[in-house]
Write a protein that binds this ligand. Structure first.
Ligand SMILES: *[C@@H]1O[C@H](CO)[C@@H](O)[C@H](O)[C@H]1NC(C)=O
Ligand SMILES: *[C@@H]1O[C@H](CO)[C@@H](O)[C@H](O)[C@H]1NC(C)=O
Ligand SMILES: *[C@@H]1O[C@H](CO)[C@@H](O)[C@H](O)[C@H]1NC(C)=O
Ligand SMILES: *[C@@H]1O[C@H](CO)[C@@H](O)[C@H](O)[C@H]1NC(C)=O
Ligand SMILES: *[C@@H]1O[C@H](CO)[C@@H](O)[C@H](O)[C@H]1NC(C)=O
Ligand SMILES: *[C@@H]1O[C@H](CO)[C@@H](O)[C@H](O)[C@H]1NC(C)=O
Ligand SMILES: [Cu+2]
Length: 661
């Protein structure tokens, strides 16, 4: 069980000190050509692919996000982070926050108390397939199995056109057919080479960061043993002669053992699910269409890179490891009895004359006020009434209830459903055409697998359970961006009656974000009191437009401002008449921002003089940060490999960062 000395050191350090990992991100457009075709993508600090975030269990992650895109709003969601008590940091636009307008800034900060493979991505209007997504790996100081090193491989579909145009086209296409990806990427490239050493055990995190099709892959000549899904450790499960697959949003961590010598390199073959893209949609596969991507395990750079293996006659029913049969390593028992069952009948079709997806007949339409802000401001007599949330397919559950959700998929294609805020137990999931829910079968595991994203098959269903022990407002949605944007989404409003003592209040920078957009932060979905929903948009419209930024009501121009003079000074238009006074100051945890000053005549929060603050203390810096004598300023930037001390705690952090590059 001996580890390499470096990892042993990391383990020791992990036990010794939880630390703050502080990232200062400026989002801008950059050009990249991951498959040989150059196009604009959304990069971070001038770089693309977006950086992998590496933290250890117990760390606090603090990310300052500055929107330097100029023409699109944005936000960052931390996929798979349960955000216990910090649901306001979930990053879901329209649900837990307002979009970050060009020229504005927002800070996310939360404790990371779960190990494994996660990722981050924009959760704003179909934006992340334009490149704003990356891996988030939480290293475990005490993993339940041995390995020598960790590797991360992201898998995705890739498009040569940008999302706003594609979304517009897709939303008016007959039958809402999705645009076809131009290529498959492994780690954001069609030419990824992964250096490995002989005789080692690697923990390989596979993360599907794509938009639409699922992926499956083979590492030629190397057996894979599944040890985690979506960050939940499993009983080790050798794949044997079966394929492993991940749907968009899912992760799978596998152990591989390298060869005893470096006499040969090996191909990694990956393919996008042609059933999803073509067969189930009755589409013809264009000649020369290539759903595959190849990467290589490189033992010796001087040796050739072999062709990938070729597979014939893959049976989707029998040739795959069924993730529902995996067993969580902690053997957590089946949650029962069920306190509340929610049945979602999901389907596609024309709504108001445009192709949309529906949940129980309703297509999700964004509210005026983000649902979390509604829950927190509409008042105790209304917060548990689903009506106040508008057309967001709201389901209110009570604190600590065992909730069972049935998803019946009445559509002839696969949909990967993702729940924010929880890892749920998966009780059952039918094969393709397996029929709709008629109760549980007798084969439900007493220790069901837990994950945060589950693929639901055509004309079939799944049954999941979780305990409502994480008060917050959580999206439950298909992770295909084409489908999210046309309404395949529900909202779980969890224990709103407890928010005043269970959920930390949004910090000042979140209210500033709303003020800069601008978007109201209180009242029901329409921004009104009680059940007065006048003015709420409930009609589906053709043309999604993506995250394009259109300034509302002649407020500040979306010109990119320097961070030190951003949004905060900008005049914010005041809606009239005043519909409702926010209670933003009612509940405020000590370690969060002070109560924002609220102008009586507006439901927007007044902007402070100080644009942003960096209350970052490095509790203890061990392997990664500045030494004790350098640590006189506000933090450091950690890019996954190195950390750079921030040498000026003033307003010019971004300039400093750029200077170092
Ligand atoms: C936004 O600006 C970028 C960079 O100039 C450009 O590549 C992109 O096409 C613009 N987006 C849209 C939808 O106009
Ligand atoms: C994949 O890309 C990320 C981000 O660039 C990088 O941190 C990581 O090391 C790459 N993984 C491999 C196996 O090369
Ligand atoms: C790998 O392990 C085998 C068996 O212990 C040994 O014979 C071989 O020399 C090792 N290879 C390397 C490159 O160390
Ligand atoms: C494809 O064809 C089958 C059989 O005709 C039909 O049931 C199904 O709805 C079609 N799917 C789509 C997406 O049009
Ligand atoms: C993709 O991989 C499959 C399975 O090995 C193979 O049959 C097919 O020819 C490949 N497609 C291309 C375009 O290389
Ligand atoms: C029942 O579940 C077990 C594992 O939980 C699985 O191996 C078996 O194939 C299942 N049987 C059926 C009939 O689905
Ligand atoms: Cu979907």
């Amino acid at each position: 069980m001996a580890k390499l000395s470096l990892l042993a050191l990391a383990t020791w350090v992990g036990l010794a000190a939880a630390k703050d990992v502080y990232l200062d991100w400026k989002l801008t457009w950059v050009n990249a050509s991951p498959d040989g075709f150059e196009r604009p993508v959304i990069g971070i600090n001038g770089q693309w692919p977006c950086p992998q975030i590496d933290v250890d269990v117990g760390d606090q992650l603090i990310v300052d996000v500055y929107n330097g895109l100029g023409n699109e709003s944005t936000a960052i969601h931390w996929h798979g982070m349960r955000q216990h008590g910090t649901g306001v940091m979930d990053g879901a636009v329209g649900v837990t926050q307002c979009p970050i307008a060009p020229g504005s800034h927002m800070q996310y900060h939360f404790d990371v108390n779960q190990a494994g493979a996660y990722w981050y991505h924009s959760h704003n209007m179909g934006q992340y397939p334009d490149g704003l997504r990356g891996a988030l790996i939480v290293h475990d100081p005490n993993p339940p199995f041995h390995y020598d090193d960790e590797l991360t491989l992201t898998l995705s579909d890739w498009y040569h056109q940008e999302m706003p145009g594609l979304l517009d086209a897709a939303s008016v296409a007959p039958h809402g057919q999705e645009p076809l990806p131009d290529s498959a990427l492994i780690n954001d490239s069609t030419n990824t080479k992964i250096k490995v050493l002989p005789n080692k055990t690697y923990l390989v995190h596979i993360i599907c960061i794509g938009n639409w099709p699922g992926h499956f892959w083979v590492i030629d000549g190397h057996e894979m043993t599944v040890v985690a899904v979506d960050g939940v450790y499993t009983e080790p499960h050798p794949a044997g002669d079966k394929f492993l697959r991940v749907a968009t949003g899912q992760r799978m961590s596998v152990l591989i053992t390298t060869k005893p010598d470096a006499s040969q390199n090996f191909a990694i073959w990956d393919t996008m699910d042609v059933n999803m893209m073509f067969i189930f949609e009755n589409r013809t596969i264009p000649q020369n269409y290539n759903p595959n991507a190849t990467a290589w395990l490189v033992y010796d750079e001087a040796k050739p890179l072999p062709e990938p293996p070729v597979f014939h006659h893959i049976d989707f029913g029998t040739d795959f490891v069924d993730d529902v049969n995996l067993v969580p390593a902690d053997h957590a028992p089946l949650l029962q009895p069920v306190d509340r069952q929610i049945i979602l009948d999901t389907s596609g079709g024309l709504v108001d004359g445009v192709p949309r997806f529906t949940v129980n007949g309703k297509t999700y339409i964004s509210p005026k006020v983000p649902s979390l802000y509604t829950a927190n401001t509409v008042g105790p007599e209304f917060s548990s009434n689903p009506e106040v949330y508008g057309q967001v397919n709201p389901f209110v559950v009570k604190h600590n209830e065992v909730v069972e959700i049935v998803i019946n998929n009445h559509h002839n294609n696969l949909h990967p459903w993702h729940l924010h805020g929880h890892h749920f137990q998966v009780l059952q999931r039918t094969p393709v055409d397996g029929g709709f829910y008629k109760g549980l079968t007798s084969n439900v595991s007493t220790t069901p697998i837990r994950r945060d994203t589950i693929m639901v098959q055509n004309n079939g269903h799944t049954v999941i359970r979780f305990r409502a022990d994480n008060p917050g407002v959580w999206m439950l949605h298909c992770h295909v961006e084409w489908h999210v944007e046309v309404g395949l989404m529900a909202t779980i409003i969890e224990a709103p009656e407890t928010f005043h003592h269970t959920l930390r209040a949004p910090p000042k920078s979140h209210y500033d974000t709303c003020a800069a957009f601008p978007q109201p932060v209180s009242g029901n979905a329409a921004g009104k009191a009680g059940l007065d929903m006048t003015g709420l948009d409930t009609k589906a419209k053709a043309g999604s437009r993506g995250a394009l930024y259109t300034p509302i009501k002649g407020t500040k121009t979306p010109a990119v401002a320097h961070p030190s003079q951003q949004s905060s000074q900008a005049p914010v238009s005041k809606p009239s008449p005043k519909p409702y006074a926010p209670n933003v100051g009612a509940h405020n945890a000590n370690d969060y921002w002070p109560v924002p000053h609220v102008d009586d005549t507006s439901f927007y929060v007044d902007s402070p003089n100080k644009p942003h603050d960096h209350h970052v203390t490095i509790h203890e810096e061990a392997t990664k940060g500045p030494g004790p004598n350098q640590n006189t300023h506000s933090g450091y930037v950690f890019d996954g490999h190195h950390s750079y001390p921030i040498q000026d705690s003033g307003d010019d952090l971004l300039d400093d960062l750029n200077d170092w590059k």
